[in-house]
Ligand binder design. Sequence first.
Ligand code: CMC
Length: 436
Amino acid sequence: MDATTGANTRAGKLTVGDNNWDFPIYEGTIGPSVVDISSLYGKTGLFTYDPGFTSTGSCESKITYIDGDEGILLYRGYPIQQLAEHGDFLETCYLLLYGELPTAAQKADFDYRVTRHSMVHDQMNRFFTGFRRDAHPMAIMVGSVGALSAFYHDSTDISDPHQRMVASIRLIAKTPTLAAMAYKYSIGQPFMYPRNELDYASNFLHMCFAVPCEEYKPNPVLARAMDRIFILHADHEQNASTSTVRLAGSSGANPFACIAAGCACLWGPAHGGANEAALKMLAEIGTPDRIPEYVRRAKDKNDSFRLMGFGHRVYKNYDPRAKLMQQTTHEVLAELGIKDDPLLDVAMELEKVALNDEYFIEKKLYPNIDFYSGITLKAMGFPTSMFTVLFAVARTVGWIAQWKEMIEDPSQRIGRPRQLYTGATRRDYVPMSRRR
Ligand code: CMC
């Protein structure tokens, strides 16, 4: 048993040329074991080389487990299907933050604490008006989430456990408000204050779709769908944005700045931006008869086009979230009386064609969560530019739970990878007059 990690340990041997070195191997509760190579450079003078971190465990964590071959996703041990079916998003938030499902009293207290923090400092309204109206809402999220650290000084001392928890609750409570403000700002409508009597998802729909001049009643089926979408996106172990949050936090940066860094990373089309990209792709394909052309392009090495919403670094099986998302899509379309959605027709046919295509079978490329989420969000009334923002709202709890876990880990140090240097070796400065 290793004293630092608490994991079972066995010895491993590394042989390079004629030399042998011993390195401990730690066993987790499930999943692949890891070789602890933190002493590798000291013992051997070698670094490891793993661009894209395909074989690197960057930390020890107790939060989320993915079995990519089997298509399993567990939050604190609980299957995502069970949480999505029986619980609500704030219960999932509690679970991710505290490690256990809440009792009724703990849940009521947690709901109250989050709800009480949903308003943002009134000066934030002025901050928003500095943005162009046509700014991408993710650009506004990166700026406004980071700006929270300028408004809430009393929760930026990361050495104080109470302040860490207050910052965590504030972030879970305020990102939906900022997201809704980003949307309202882009369409020129007044900001809607949160309504504390509504649940988290209904309140979010209210802040996005209500206007001050008439009463708005959130549709409970759509609110339930929104809540489930939040649960499905809440955490996903050490993905790019979570690793970004951890790396930013490893230097001691405040939690608001770290979550802003997570938003920036999530924005990219290979990560959270894929839901927007997937819907644009489905619209571009337009009709099922054009699918073969796009599948051919996706397989062509000389064409940069990829099927958006397909493939995953970890899942080499159906993404369990995609299955739940597909079910939610059907529920939302049925509730809204949308019988024929051309995008859904294209999506379902594309999925069928790809799943039966040798290229996708051989590379184990399955639909991921982003494949169906866009269709659902569009039907609910969100513009494509808001899709990644909704992902950011949901993932905030995962980011903050992982950030807290890292700060509270006694073995935590600043993240500082090394490199394989292939640039110029030492050379002398040449005055400009002598440069060719
Ligand atoms: N369409 C066509 N070919 C693909 C696709 C795709 N969507 N995804 C992977 N491939 C091919 C890729 O060309 C490569 O082929 P080869 O081995 O011949 O070079 C092989 O499959 C492995 O791909 P990779 O890029 O090395 O895999 P990765 O683990 O580095 O990338 C990924 C994972 C998700 C970035 C990638 O599958 C992708 O770009 N998918 C489309 C974007 C997307 O849907 N992203 C959302 C991910 S899920 C939500 C989230 O985590 O944010």
